[in-house]
Write a protein that binds this ligand. Structure first.
Ligand SMILES: *Cc1c(COP(=O)(O)O)cnc(C)c1O
Length: 350
């Protein structure tokens, strides 16, 4: 269906034909007045799916995380989270600007972004001595930006520590349904170990725009106020809620296939010359590999793939390539990537 096969991210997914149809037919109203029936339906459906009291549609994942943080914390509070997480690395420093929060980062470079309850507990401010900032929030990413999924047990332990000190837990669950697919549980079994969750409709779930935050009625009420303040109160947004409903009802069913496809790709990549990849424990639709040959330059490789109708992200400063599969990349597409890479890499063999 696409001219190019795009492995850069699952955010590149375009809406399905059913989604476009649903957008055209959506019943809408002014959502700032609470009058959009499709938005209300989406929010109620999401809340029930995540086992929470209420949900709120927000324009993006960053917006949802920042709106949640803004709602949870006071100025000057500390947020305990992984140094490698999205909120620290890829949200333009927003927590410091919008919420005036201080990020207390735990080095998770060796654990794929996963925190432990012990680490979290050690950083919680336990006395109210006037020199200390107060711990305002703990934030976990499920799955992590490095493609790792927390076992439910670890989430439970972190949540218990948080409750012991009366601190709220936010979950950046941009791809929470990928985590649920891997763990073979319903998303609400994950969400029950936190107070708020942000989830994305527009990554592997193919909706064109939008994310949701879920939590208690009280939290969502406050967050609605935060969202307005941040400029995220939208009007006839049912046109976006309609594909969002299909994202949750239909597209979540395909995530198991996304995982199978990326595992197939990883196994194939492992056989290629110079490629170093750990294919032993792939948990979501994301893999990382490096190419152990200094003659092979990231820019040249990306250019070559582009000439073969493949969009591919360049290597990071550490020389790591990331590949993501999604609804529009199936066996045929990953096999084509493998064959194309094979042809390119074999040029460097003597
Ligand atoms: C993509 C992503 C976000 C942000 O979503 P946007 O819609 O791109 O703003 C937040 N957290 C994680 C883990 C993500 O992967």
């Amino acid at each position: 269906m696409e001219d190019f096969i795009d492995f850069r991210s699952d955010t590149v997914t375009k809406p399905t034909p059913e989604m476009r149809q649903a957008m055209a037919n959506a019943i809408v109203g002014d959502d700032v007045f609470g009058d959009d029936p499709t938005v209300i339906e989406l929010q109620e459906y999401a809340a029930q799916l995540l086992g929470k009291e209420a949900a709120l549609f927000v324009p993006s994942g960053c917006f949802g995380n920042q709106c949640s943080i803004f709602t949870h914390v006071q100025k000057g509070n500390e947020i305990i989270l992984a140094n490698e997480c999205h909120i620290v690395q890829y949200e333009a420093g927003a927590a410091s600007i919008i919420s005036n929060a201080q990020l207390r980062c735990i080095d998770t470079s060796q654990t794929g972004g996963l925190l432990t309850a012990k680490q979290v507990e050690s950083l919680i401010r336990k006395t109210d001595w006037i020199v200390y900032p107060k711990t305002g929030l703990i934030s976990v990413e499920q799955p992590t930006s490095q493609g790792k999924v927390y076992p439910l047990e670890t989430l439970k332990e972190i949540y218990e520590v948080a409750q012991k000190y009366n601190i709220k837990v936010h979950m950046d669950g941009a791809r929470i349904f990928n985590a649920a697919t891997y763990l073979k549980v319903e998303a609400k079994e994950i969400a029950k170990y936190c107070d708020s969750v942000m989830l994305c409709l527009s990554k592997g779930l193919c909706a064109p725009v939008g994310s949701l935050i879920v939590g208690t009625k009280e939290f969502i009420q406050k967050a609605t106020y935060s969202r307005k303040m941040m400029g995220g109160g939208l009007r006839q947004v049912g046109v976006l809620a309609a594909p969002g409903l299909l994202a949750l009802k239909e597209q979540t069913k395909h995530l198991g296939k996304d995982l199978e496809v990326i595992i197939r790709l990883a196994k194939n990549l492992k056989t290629l010359p110079f490629v170093e990849i750990d294919d032993s424990n792939i948990q979501i639709n994301m893999i990382f590999f490096s190419i152990k040959n200094p003659e092979i330059k990231s820019n040249d490789l990306v250019q070559y793939l582009l000439e073969h109708k493949i969009k591919f992200g360049g290597a990071s400063s550490e020389g790591v390539y990331r590949v993501i599969t999604h609804f529009y990349t199936r066996e045929k597409e990953v096999d084509y990537l493998y064959e194309t890479l094979k042809t390119y890499l074999s040029k460097f063999q003597n």
